[in-house]
Design a protein around this ligand. Structure first.
Ligand SMILES: Nc1ncnc2c1ncn2[C@@H]1O[C@H](COP(=O)(O)OP(=O)(O)OP(=O)(O)O)[C@@H](O)[C@H]1O
Ligand SMILES: Nc1ccn([C@@H]2O[C@H](COP(=O)(O)O)[C@@H](O)[C@H]2O)c(=O)n1
Length: 222
């Protein structure tokens, strides 16, 4: 782990489309720098699961906001949150502006707490932490992402059809890119990291190189 001294908590924002490797990279960067990591997708997944569990429609705005405000971070590790069904549902509920607003403070507070934080999602560099020290937008070819996600599901002992996984990824990306509220897009000052031809270690090395280049460019100890 690289020990760093900071004037203020450093924030690394990672965004990108579905299954591009944001979470894997976020976890590894956080470990490398000794920071905390928040997978913000899990928050939207938890809201979707809460609604479905209670039998509410995913477009029930009032109930969705209530679920968002009552979220218990202890529930973020629930294995069902990882499923494709909940991922799809999350991309429906996350398009509701008032749901997003209800979740902003939690994410910003997480980002602000010392010693530093890595957050990954869709709008971290654009909306949640527009002043993040480093912004990385992770991309990979859709076919590559579908292959990785399929292998991941198979490794968990779940059935997975690569063509269906690809269709789900594309559908979710379209919805996330085209919504009015905080759409999936790279911040103007984000560094694009294409990991299509990189393994996990290669992707982590490339990201650390970006972080280090930004820090060196600032000429500070951050
Ligand atoms: N560079 C890489 N090379 C090979 N496999 C990778 C790479 N990066 C991530 N993976 C694998 O791809 C899959 C998706 O990665 P991950 O869950 O980190 O993506 P994500 O962008 O966080 O997904 P989601 O949008 O669903 O939150 C995982 O199985 C992960 O191990
Ligand atoms: N900052 C974010 C993070 C996620 N979403 C929505 O949640 C869905 C699930 O996210 P995963 O990262 O776990 O795949 C995603 O498709 C988005 O609709 C979001 O809007 N903003």
């Amino acid at each position: 782990m690289a020990a760093l001294s900071h004037m203020a908590p450093m924030i690394i924002a990672i965004d990108g489309p579905a299954a591009s490797g944001k979470g894997t990279l976020g976890k590894r960067l956080a470990h490398h720098y000794g920071y905390r990591h928040l997978d913000t997708g899990v928050i939207y997944r938890a809201v979707a699961k809460g609604l479905l569990d209670e039998g509410f429609d995913l477009t029930d705005e009032a109930r969705a906001v209530a679920v968002a405000m009552e979220l218990d971070p202890e529930s973020f590790g629930h294995p069902e949150l990882k499923t494709q069904r909940i991922g799809d549902a999350a991309s429906v509920v996350s398009a509701i502006p008032s749901v997003r607003e209800a979740l902003v403070n939690f994410q910003r507070q997480f980002a602000a707490d010392p010693p530093g934080a890595v957050l990954d999602g869709r709008d971290i560099g654009t909306v949640i932490c527009p002043n993040a020290d480093v912004k990385i937008f992770v991309v990979a070819d859709p076919q590559v992402r579908a292959r990785r996600r399929t292998l991941e599901a198979l490794a968990r002992g779940e059935a997975a059809d690569e063509a269906m996984v690809l269709a789900d990824i594309l559908k979710r990306d379209e919805r996330d890119k085209n919504r009015a509220a905080a759409p999936l897009k790279a911040a103007a000052d984000a560094h694009i990291l294409d990991n299509s031809n990189l393994d996990i270690e290669g992707g982590v090395r490339a990201a650390i190189a970006i972080v280090e280049a930004v820090r060196a460019g600032r000429g500070s100890s951050r």
